[in-house]
Write a new protein. Structure first.
Length: 282
């Protein structure tokens, strides 16, 4: 029941979407900087964090200003983190890809919110090893709202009126009805990592999976449902093996150098949103 305003793949919208995404990326940079330092408060810093000099309006143009300034403050010459450029580019690409695939639609709107949130989570987790509740908990609610809006409630009522209480019927309804799949996605998403963390802690006697990852996968499940959670759990584990093991080996088996799991979950979820992942048939 997707409410499309512009047809999928409208190439004329891709460049405006990229520009829009890069502008939003500037705000995401403010979130990445502020949330670990000020909790739930987000401050846009219109000044150099090294010397305190206010930025000129032409020095905060997304992407362009960073390139012109060669990643340096105009006033003091101090280095500006390349994360700012990467986030703006990534936000622009994500926005363009979603508009290319879904057009201007309900799906594009909510997936933009979803993937922009994952960008913030990724860079905060990489730097600070935390996943803020202020993103994941409201994200679960937004995912439920999206799937509620995308649910044909009349069809849902008819489905349940003829429900035969078989596994096949249950899986079919959870696949076809957005809100049911979303609820199952939250339960399965949070449950998978919580169970893995519980088993790991019972065996190793130390925490192996933070609750931030549990809430993040629950948020992912709220948006893309239980099938998406299975896909994300598999693909993120593959990413973790391909990236994490070489790092651990390079550091001579010291697990404290293993990178956080949140970025792998986020990357796998973004891949699912843009490509559709794989599909089951019952």
């Amino acid at each position: 029941m997707e409410q499309t305003i512009a047809s999928t793949g409208s190439s004329v919208l891709i460049i405006p979407a990229f520009i829009f995404g890069s502008v939003v990326g500037s705000f995401l940079n403010a979130c990445i900087y502020s949330l670990p330092r000020q909790g739930s408060r987000v401050f846009i810093h219109p000044y150099c964090t090294s010397c305190g000099t206010p930025n000129k309006p032409y020095d905060i143009i997304p992407i362009v200003s960073y390139i012109i300034l060669l990643g340096r403050c105009r006033a003091c010459g101090s280095r500006i983190s390349p994360t700012y450029l990467v986030v703006e580019l990534l936000s622009g690409v994500v926005s363009a890809l979603l508009v290319w695939r879904f057009g201007i639609s309900l799906t594009s709107l909510f997936y933009l919110i979803f993937l922009f949130s994952l960008i913030v989570v990724t860079f905060i987790d990489l730097e600070h090893r935390i996943i803020p509740n202020v993103i994941t908990l409201p994200g679960i609610i937004v995912g439920l709202i999206y799937n509620a809006l995308n649910t044909n409630w009349v069809t849902l009522q008819m489905d349940f009126s003829s429900f035969q209480f078989t596994l096949s019927d249950f899986l079919r309804i959870s696949d076809e009805v957005g809100i049911i799949g979303s609820i199952l996605g939250i339960i399965l998403g949070g449950g998978i990592l919580y169970f893995i963390g519980f088993i790991y802690e019972a065996i190793k006697k130390r925490e192996g999976m933070g609750m931030g990852d549990v809430k993040l996968l629950a948020m992912i499940g709220a948006f893309i449902g239980w099938k998406g959670v299975i896909f994300v759990a598999f693909l993120s584990s593959l990413f973790g093996v391909l990236v994490g093991i070489p790092i651990i080996l390079f550091k001579r088996g010291d697990l404290k150098y293993a990178i956080p799991y949140g970025p792998f979950l986020s990357l796998a979820a973004a891949f699912y949103c843009i490509t559709g992942g794989f599909s089951f048939r019952f």
